[in-house]
Structure formats: structure tokens, C-alpha cells
Design a protein around this ligand. Structure first.
Ligand code: SF4
Length: 367
């Protein structure tokens, strides 16, 4: 197992972290087997959250975790001081610990959440109080999807670490995570933890490449939701492989079946549009809206069910609408001239995709 230092903390994290959400789906005996195999393989990072089954994940983990030698994190999604303090105390009780290493403010995805957190009676007070009382060693924040609020929060409070999605699929829907949030964190010694290396399971056919891609990034730990020993072994095996070289990343972006001829790689080669339509910006808005999951031509029922479930998982639709309606000229100016079709290296049917983006964001479904 490879270990990486977490920001300016004293923590050395195993590269593979064990996510607590999917432990809800399996029996305690299987949880114990997974935890034992993970620790035997050198794993040391466990994370859970109060909201995972209203404490059920924490109660299950407490029965399976070693007493020492691990790094343990939980999360509170309550935005008030009183509410988040109560959640932390309940978490400690259910985890059967006198402290946790990390407390995350959970799923801070828009500015309203952040403004509640930093208000006079907000949850930021709980982080400060819990650190003073020795209940928590390090303060973290998590976010899903659009990274604008996360970047603002890291600017406005001295968090020790953050956790959000990093994978080769959502990289094209939320590029600010890799290109703004991560560089800001690294230059300020804020620890970065990756979650969703398989894009919530969407990249399940490509585990090897998915882990190799995230391993290439300067993150301290890759948290994976694991609900079987077989899955754990697959993740461990994938992480033994070397990080990707730049030419391998380019090849992945060209050939990954999940990106195919639908997901916009934001390469800008279709520009300039004769009608001055900012094509990549419309597709970025579509990425925020439904992660470019629904392409109107899915042929396999189980694939459709998976995409349908994951498309709106992150709740970044308000950001999608803000971006979409700020663009001028609108997609209605497309004349189907076909210039962009000749230029897109990934074979994307740009005029059709513009029509789908409009239908999804304006009508709420594909028409
Ligand atoms: S050329 Fe294709 S992949 Fe590149 S920005 Fe335009 S539509 Fe997206």
C-alpha cells in the first residue's frame, strides 16, 4: 500500500480509503471481513457520516474497526451550531470513540449552505469547539458536483482538508475541481481526498484505468465505496499499477467508452462557430445539469437505469441553469451548418447535442 501525507496535518494516509456509505447495504459479518482484509492490506482510512442510515453506518463500523492505528472520519450535514454539535456527540457515541481524527461539514454544494454554516449560529462553531475540546483533530469539508462553493469555503476558512469527486468522467462536467480547487488546495497545503473514483459506479467496467487516473493526481487518498471483498481486491489490484503518463491520459480521453462520441472534452476545437455560439460552454452547462449521462440513444436497460439514477445525483442543476441562461447567443441561433462536425476530434454530433442540452435544461427532459 502506498501512503501519502495529508496537507499540513500529521496524517499519513493509505492511498485507498474505505467509504462507509455502502456498508449499509451488507451484513455486519461481511463488513468485518472487508475491514480485516483492508487493514491487512495496509489500509488505514475509514470514513462515514451521520446521515448514512441515521447512524447505522457508524454503529456497524464501530463493531468492525480496530481500536487503534487507523484514521477515522465522520461528517455532519447539519448547518447550525446546536444541530451539528448534537450530531457529532451522537456520532462519537455510536462510533464508541472519545474523538475522531476528522470531522467534515458534509455536502456543502451551494452558497446558501455555506452562508448558513458561517452565520453567527452556524456549524463552523462546532468545528472550532470540537477541536478545542479534543473531540476532533482536523476540520474538513465535502462537496459534490460544482466546485465554486467549495473553492469559496476553502478561501474563507482555514480547513485542514477537503473531499470531493475526482474521476476521468466528471472531470469534463466539473473541470474547476481539478483546475482551480485542487491547485488552490495544494499551494495552501490543504489536504485533498478524492471520492467517487468510479463516478458513483458509472465507470464499473473500467476500474483499472479509473484508479490509475486518480492515482496520477496529487490527492492523499482515494476513497472507494466497497460492499464486497471481491470489489476490495479489484481496487487493491488496480492501485498496484503505476500512475498514468500524459500520453496514456490523452489516449484514455480519446478512447474511454463512457466518454464515447457524446461527452464534450472541452477541447475548444469546434470554435469559432460561424454563429458565435459558445458550444463548449453549453456542453459544460449540460454537464452540470445531468453529467452528460442522458444521450437519448441508450440501448441497454440496465445501463439506462444506472445513468438515470446517477444523472442528477449531485444537485448542480441550479448552477447549470445560471450558466446556460447567461450564454449569448443562445442555441436557437444554430443553423446546422455542420462546420463544428468537421472539427470535433471525438465525432460528437454537435448540433444534435445542442438541441438535447436545450431540451434538458429548458424543458427538464429530452424532447
Ligand atoms: S470540438 Fe467536440 S469535444 Fe471539443 S469542445 Fe467542441 S464539441 Fe467539445
Amino acid at each position: 500500500m502506498e501512503y501519502r501525507k495529508l496537507g499540513k496535518t500529521e496524517l499519513e494516509m493509505s492511498l485507498l480509503g474505505l467509504g462507509g456509505f455502502h456498508l449499509l447495504e451488507i451484513e455486519l459479518s461481511t463488513v468485518k471481513t472487508i475491514v480485516k482484509r483492508y487493514v491487512d492490506a495496509g489500509g488505514n482510512y475509514f470514513e462515514t457520516a451521520r446521515s448514512y442510515g441515521n447512524g447505522n453506518s457508524e454503529r456497524k463500523l464501530s463493531k468492525a474497526l480496530p481500536k487503534s492505528g487507523i484514521i477515522l472520519a465522520t461528517k455532519t450535514g447539519n448547518r447550525s451550531f446546536e444541530g451539528s454539535r448534537e450530531e457529532l456527540l451522537a456520532s462519537l457515541k455510536d462510533l464508541n470513540r472519545d474523538h475522531v481524527d476528522i470531522l467534515f461539514l458534509h455536502a456543502v454544494t451551494d452558497n446558501d449552505h455555506w452562508e448558513q454554516i458561517i452565520s453567527t449560529n452556524g456549524a463552523l462553531n462546532t468545528l472550532e469547539w470540537a477541536k478545542r475540546e479534543g473531540l476532533v483533530r482536523y476540520a474538513g469539508i465535502t462537496s459534490h458536483g460544482y466546485g465554486g462553493t467549495l473553492l469559496r469555503a476553502l478561501n474563507e476558512y482555514s480547513f485542514d482538508l477537503f473531499m470531493t469527486q475526482f474521476n476521468y468522467y466528471d472531470r469534463f462536467n466539473f473541470p474547476e475541481i481539478e483546475f482551480k480547487v485542487l491547485p488552490y488546495a495544494i499551494s495552501n497545503m490543504i489536504g485533498a481526498i478524492s471520492m467517487k473514483p468510479l463516478a458513483d459506479g458509472y465507470l464499473w467496467r473500467s476500474t483499472y484505468n479509473a484508479f490509475r487516473y486518480v492515482k496520477t493526481l496529487p490527492v492523499s487518498c482515494i476513497v472507494s465505496g466497497i460492499n464486497s471483498v471481491e470489489q476490495l481486491e479489484m481496487d487493491l489490484e488496480a492501485l498496484k499499477s503505476p500512475a498514468m503518463k500524459s500520453h496514456e491520459i490523452e489516449e484514455l480521453f480519446s478512447t474511454a467508452p463512457e466518454l464515447g462520441d457524446y461527452v464534450c472534452r472541452q477541447c475548444m476545437k469546434c470554435l469559432p462557430c460561424p454563429e458565435k455560439i459558445n458550444i463548449p460552454a453549453f456542453f459544460l452547462a449540460e454537464g452540470r445539469y445531468d453529467r452528460q449521462m442522458l444521450d437519448g440513444r441508450i440501448l441497454n436497460a440496465s445501463d439506462y437505469a444506472l445513468r438515470d439514477r446517477l444523472a442528477h445525483w449531485f444537485g448542480s442543476e441550479p448552477q447549470a441553469r445560471r450558466e446556460y441562461y447567461s450564454l449569448n447567443p443562445s442555441v436557437d441561433n444554430c443553423t446546422d451548418c455542420g462546420e463544428c462536425l468537421k472539427r470535433c476530434p471525438y465525432g460528437i454530433d454537435v448540433p444534435r447535442k445542442l438541441r438535447l442540452a436545450k431540451a434538458k435544461i429548458e424543458e427538464g427532459f429530452i424532447v
